[in-house]
Design a protein. Structure first.
Length: 425
C-alpha cells in the first residue's frame, strides 16, 4: 500500500477517537448484573436461543448471546423501528426470519454499524414502545439472554419517546468556527475523498454470481481501493476513503468526513440494481433538487433508505437561514461539479467503457449536497444487468474504468484551473 498519501483509515481514525466504548470494568459490570459479570471479548449470537414472538398487545424479543456485552435500546420513527446496539457481536448463522413475526415485526437487519459496534434494526408493523429490557447472564457459562418487551402504544406517544440518545462517543462533534483555508500551490496534488457506497449493516444491492452472492458494499470498496491506488500513482491526486472496511457510515458522516479532510473533490461509487432489469452501463450524477427521470428517483429513494439504519434523514436539512448561504456557495460549486461529471463521462467513453444511454444525469442524492466541494456520484454499473455484473467482477474492466476516471479528473483539473476565476464572476 502507498504510504503517506492513500489514507484508507479516515473513517476509522474518526471513529476510534470517540465512538467505541471501552468494555465494562468490574464495578460497571456489578451495576449491570447481580453476578458481577465482567463483559469483554467477542460475543456471538446464538441463533437457537434467538426469537421474536407476537403477544397480545405487543411482541417479546429474546436474543441469545455467548456472553454479555454492553448494549443500548431505543426507538426511531418514520417508519417505527426498534434499534439495539451491541459491542462486538458476531451474527454468523443468524437469519432475519427468526426476528420477524406475523403481526408485529416486518423486517430485521443486522450487522456491523461502526468499528467495534453492531446494530440490530427491527421495522415495526405499528407503534410499539419498549416496555422492558433485561439482560440475564449465566454465572457458570457466561451465556447471556437479552429480553426486550415491546408493547402497543399510540403514534403520538411513540414519537414523543423516539430518537437516538445523544452520546459524544457516537454523534458528530458540534460545529466549529471555520477559518479561511491556506492557499494551495496550483501544482500540488488535489485531495479526493472516495466514498464506497453502503457498508456494514447496509449491504446495498445484491446479485447471484458464479462464485455465489455478491454485494454492492464489497464490490465498491474493492473498486474504490483500486481506483485510489491508480490516482495516487499518477502524482496529481491524494486520496482518502470514507470507509476502509465493512462498516456502516451514515450519509451525514460521509459529507462531514470530506469537509474535515478539506477535500478538493468528492466521488461516491455505487453499483445499484433496478427491478425492471433494463438499466445498464455507467452513469454519472450531479446534484439537483429533483431526479431527472423515474430511474434516478428510484435510486435516490434506495440510497437514502440506508440512512434509516442510522436514524438520520438529510432530505430537508437546509433551514430558511442557511438555505440562502448554501445557495450562494453552490453558485460556484455546482458548475464545477457539472464540468467534472462531463469530464468523467468523456474519460470513460474514451476507454471504451459500457456507458448508459444517458450517461450524465441529475438527482437529489444527499451525499452530493456539499455546498463547497465539487461532488459527483458514479453508478459504475447495475448488478441487475448480467453484463454489468460480469464487468464489475472483471479486474481488467475495473482497471480500464479506473483509467477512464483518472483521465477525466486530469482533464477536469486543467479546465478548472483555467475557468474557475470566470465561474466566480
Amino acid at each position: 500500500m502507498i504510504q503517506g498519501k492513500f489514507n484508507m483509515a479516515l473513517m476509522a481514525a474518526v471513529v476510534a477517537a470517540g465512538v467505541l466504548a471501552a468494555p465494562f470494568g468490574q464495578g460497571q459490570a456489578e451495576a449491570q448484573t447481580a453476578k458481577g459479570q465482567t463483559f469483554s471479548g467477542l460475543a456471538r449470537i446464538d441463533a437457537s436461543a434467538t426469537a421474536a414472538e407476537d403477544r397480545r398487545g405487543g411482541v417479546d424479543l429474546s436474543l441469545g448471546l455467548s456472553q454479555g456485552v454492553p448494549f443500548r435500546v431505543f426507538t426511531l420513527t418514520e417508519p417505527p423501528r426498534v434499534v439495539v446496539d451491541f459491542q462486538e457481536v458476531d451474527w454468523s448463522g443468524m437469519s432475519a426470519d427468526a426476528l420477524t413475526t406475523a403481526d408485529g415485526i416486518r423486517n430485521a437487519q443486522f450487522g456491523t454499524y461502526v468499528p467495534g459496534w453492531s446494530r440490530l434494526v427491527l421495522e415495526l408493523a405499528r407503534p410499539m414502545g419498549v416496555d422492558g429490557v433485561a439482560m440475564d447472564v449465566d454465572e457458570v457459562s457466561a451465556a447471556a439472554t437479552l429480553a426486550v418487551a415491546l408493547r402497543d402504544t399510540t403514534a403520538e406517544q411513540f414519537a414523543a419517546k423516539a430518537g437516538a440518545p445523544r452520546d459524544a462517543r457516537w454523534d458528530l462533534p458540534a460545529p466549529t468556527p471555520m477559518t479561511a483555508p491556506d492557499s494551495k500551490d496550483s501544482l500540488a496534488p488535489l485531495l479526493i475523498v472516495i466514498d464506497p457506497g453502503h457498508g456494514g449493516i447496509d449491504p446495498g444491492a445484491e446479485a447471484e454470481a458464479d462464485a455465489g452472492l455478491v454485494q454492492e458494499k464489497d464490490l465498491m470498496l474493492q473498486f474504490a481501493i483500486e481506483l485510489g491506488e491508480m490516482l495516487v500513482r499518477s502524482g496529481q491526486f491524494d486520496v482518502q476513503l470514507t470507509r476502509d472496511d465493512d462498516y456502516f457510515v451514515s450519509l451525514e458522516r460521509r459529507i462531514a468526513l470530506a469537509h474535515q479532510a478539506e477535500a478538493d473533490l468528492f466521488l461516491s461509487l455505487h453499483a445499484d440494481s433496478l427491478s425492471e432489469g433494463r438499466a445498464h452501463g455507467t452513469t454519472v450524477y450531479v446534484l439537483s433538487d429533483d431526479a431527472s427521470d423515474a430511474a434516478s428517483a428510484t435510486l435516490v429513494e434506495r440510497h437514502e433508505r440506508g440512512d434509516l439504519l442510522a436514524g438520520s434523514d438529510l432530505s430537508h436539512v437546509d433551514d430558511r437561514v442557511t438555505d440562502v448561504l448554501l445557495d450562494l456557495a453552490r453558485q460556484e460549486t455546482h458548475p464545477r461539479s457539472e464540468a467534472l461529471a462531463r469530464a468523467l463521462v468523456t474519460g470513460l467513453k474514451a476507454q471504451g467503457g459500457d456507458m448508459n444511454r444517458r450517461p450524465l444525469r441529475e438527482a437529489g442524492f444527499s451525499v452530493l449536497k456539499s455546498a463547497d466541494i465539487p461532488s459527483v456520484l458514479v453508478e459504475v454499473g447495475f448488478l441487475s444487468s448480467p453484463r454489468d455484473l460480469n464487468n464489475i467482477l472483471d479486474a481488467d474492466w475495473r482497471r480500464r474504468t479506473a483509467r477512464g476516471i483518472l483521465n477525466g479528473l486530469i482533464a477536469w483539473r486543467i479546465e478548472d484551473e483555467a475557468t474557475r476565476a470566470l465561474v466566480r464572476q
